[in-house]
Design a protein around this ligand. Structure first.
Ligand code: NAD
Ligand code: UDP
Length: 327
């Protein structure tokens, strides 16, 4: 971190700051006394996610595509690089943009970190493990990714971003961190972003059938957003350079998860089975031993509590858009 400005607030740049996770990070770092610069091209994010921060003198928004040269005046202490489409339907609709933001965007953000002497934290993903042959996934597993499959545009972009981050660390001495984020949910998710949780919530609350892909035996492990934000906060203040998994190890099959959402919403919806997307990972569960040891971090909100917490958000959201399938 830049120690030159002892008297002023630390200054952070959050790329993708108007997205689901980025906006929660803007909130947290502002609460912790940072000056926050949010940079986003609003491709999958929304100005609504940061509307409550406009007018805060410690907050500024720059609309910019980070695959182009990034200019930020003044000093920067920390960069959280979160810009990237993240839901499968987004990156399938925007394959080239996804590859560009993971490669060119990461390059630009690292270049800025080097120029400013800022610490740099990359938002990587459990998708770097692909359809894993090792279960649960620890950080020393190198993964099983189909580079030319539909999901390859996201997985390989993030793998390249990790390699670029380590390159800048080793060659230029940039102070870097890498977080591998596992499936996270919370408020500000879009109803139509295609991920399992908002889709099931939308379907259940509208009384429509829940679309489970395949036979629903594939597993995921869902983490509540506040736990993720706390993990990022800890990592951004640690000295640890190697990648760290941040996720909730509470694993569930997608079929069981759909049933939990029907129960939570007290819905009469049925479950229908649809074709499993290509290369859809069969299992996913983080091994978080490293995060526990290095960061003294572990999730504290279990799935039952987390789902209860976000029910109101989805009820409100569905009410606002009416009984439709879009948001
Ligand atoms: P999101 O789509 O809500 O947010 C991504 C943000 O990045 C959006 O606001 C979008 O407009 C912005 N963006 C995309 N391309 C950009 C570009 N070229 N220039 C500037 N801004 C750009 O998704 P999210 O769920 O908040 O994910 C944020 C980050 O976390 C992503 O890097 C994603 O890969 C990572 N991640 C998320 C999850 C999860 O479960 N949500 C899991 C693993 C990793
Ligand atoms: N899924 C599903 N029905 C849906 C949306 C998703 O069965 O309407 C499945 C999807 O095939 C995957 C799991 O739910 O097996 C989690 O999907 P999501 O897109 O949330 O995350 P990811 O696959 O990136 O982990």
């Amino acid at each position: 971190m830049n120690k030159a400005r002892k008297q002023t607030k630390p200054r952070i740049l959050i790329t993708g700051g108007a997205g689901f996770l980025g906006s929660h990070l803007c909130d947290r770092y502002l609460q912790e006394g940072y000056e926050v610069i949010c940079m986003d091209n609003l491709s999958t994010g929304s100005a609504d996610n940061i509307a409550h921060l406009i007018g805060n003198e410690d907050f500024s928004f720059i609309k910019h595509d980070v695959t182009n040269y990034i200019h930020v005046g003044g000093e920067v202490d920390l960069i959280l690089h979160f810009a990237s489409p993240a839901s499968p339907i987004d990156y399938l609709e925007m394959p080239i943009q996804t590859l560009k933001v993971g490669s060119l965007g990461t390059h630009k953000a690292l270049g800025l970190a080097k120029a400013k002497g800022a610490r740099f934290l990359l938002a990587s993903t459990s998708e770097v493990y692909g359809d894993p042959l090792v279960h649960p996934q620890a950080e020393d597993y190198w993964g099983n990714v189909n580079p030319i499959g539909d999901r390859g545009v996201y997985d390989e972009a993030k793998r390249f971003a990790e390699a670029m981050t380590m390159g800048y660390h080793r060659y230029h001495g940039v102070d870097t961190r890498i977080v591998r984020i596992f499936n996270t949910y919370g408020s500000r998710m879009r109803l139509n972003d295609g991920r399992a949780l908002p889709t099931f919530m939308r379907q259940a609350l509208n009384g429509n059938p829940l679309t489970v892909y395949g036979d629903g035996s594939q597993t995921r492990s869902f983490m509540y957003v506040d736990d993720l934000v706390e993990g990022i906060w800890c990592l951004s203040h640690s000295d640890y350079i190697e990648p760290i998994n941040i996720g909730n190890p509470e694993e569930v099959t997608i079929l069981e998860f759909a049933k939990e959402i029907i129960e939570l919403t007290e819905s009469d919806s049925e479950i229908v089975f649809e074709e499993l997307p290509k290369d859809d990972p069969q299992v996913r569960q983080p091994d978080i031993s490293r995060a526990k040891k290095v960061l003294d971090w572990e999730p504290i909100i279990d799935r039952k509590q987390g789902l209860q917490k976000i029910l109101e958000y989805f009820l409100e959201k569905v009410k606002r858009v009416g009984h439709t399938n879009i948001s």
